[in-house]
Design a protein around this ligand. Structure first.
Ligand code: URA
Length: 299
């Protein structure tokens, strides 16, 4: 006799799926893809048989399904973004970002923005952490699971390593402004698409314009390649200072690409290279008079 699965079996199955990267629920109702399918139509005579369209879905879920549907709290039940074309999304982002004059207004503009489809699957907007008056800006890639839960960049294991790296050159979150290229988590931490990056870029450019940082630390290949318009991988770009040219600022901003702490967690031997980058960044802070400011802020 086959025993029905126990609660422990379900928990093990869930754990296995999470480890395999399936850590987002994207439908309101569970779908058993292993359930027996209806028998396939006989293949003989198919060419002559009239093609039948599948029945249209019911206008509202049947009663039983309605009662099974998890109750989604109103704050998470968002309509799907309505802007479909990439250029429409970018134009909307540019319009919204242009009207924002402060970091808080940029945050509100992002809340109103419907052009990035990642918003529909994310739990929270994740825009920045740190000091909005800092002259040092750190730009990563995209929020992960913990960032999505807390609505703050770099709070998971990679963020904790980033904090330790910053501490070695006298920095902490009171002295830097930390943000990402993307403001909503890509499901399962997949790489963002070029269209998703392009739709969020006006908000990053606006943050840079408002903050006018003196130095940029570009964490990971995606932010380095996007902001510096380069195609090489991060192992080529890291440790080499480059000028970031903002479309509306007269002066370029010195930017240093470095290895992403998530990569360093997987490849600890590369921490040596990251350390070299940090020393170079500390020298630049010194040159810009930012090292004293950081020390003074530390008391
Ligand atoms: N990785 C990033 O690039 N950004 C985060 O906020 C977290 C992890």
């Amino acid at each position: 006799m086959t025993m029905p699965p126990s609660e422990q079996d379900f928990l093990e199955a869930l754990k296995w799926q999470i480890e395999a990267g399936a850590d987002e629920a994207i439908g309101a109702l569970p779908l058993d893809r292993t359930a027996a399918r209806p028998a396939a139509a006989p293949s003989r005579g198919m060419a002559e048989a009239p093609q039948r369209l599948p029945a249209p879905p019911p206008a509202s879920p049947p009663q039983a399904a309605q009662s099974l549907a998890p109750q989604v709290p109103p704050s998470r039940a968002r309509p799907a973004p309505s802007l479909t074309s990439a250029s429409e999304a970018q134009a909307s982002a540019q319009r919204l970002a242009a009207t924002a004059k402060t970091i808080e207004e940029i945050r509100r503009a992002l809340e109103d923005f419907e052009g990035c489809p990642l918003k529909a699957t994310a739990t929270n907007l994740c825009m920045f952490d740190g000091n909005p008056e800092a002259r040092i800006m750190i730009i990563g890639e995209a929020p992960g699971a913990q960032e999505d839960r807390q609505g703050k960049p770099f709070v998971g294991p990679a963020g904790q390593l980033l904090d330790r790296m910053l501490a070695t050159i006298g920095l902490d979150r009171t002295k830097v402004y930390i943000t990402n290229l993307l403001y909503w988590r890509p499901p399962g931490n997949r790489n963002p698409t070029p269209a998703e990056i392009a739709s969020c870029l006006p908000f990053l450019e606006r943050q840079i314009e408002v903050l006018q940082p003196r130095l940029l630390l570009l964490v990971g290949g995606m932010s380095a390649k996007t902001l510096l318009h380069r195609t090489e991988g991060i192992l080529k770009l890291r440790g080499r200072w480059a000028d970031y040219h903002h479309p509306r600022l007269e002066q370029p901003i010195p930017a240093l690409p470095t290895l992403h702490p998530a990569y360093l967690l997987r490849q600890p031997a590369q921490k040596r290279e990251a350390w070299r980058d940090l020393l170079s960044f500390a020298e630049a802070m010194e040159r810009e008079g930012l090292a004293e400011a950081a020390a003074a802020a530390a008391g």
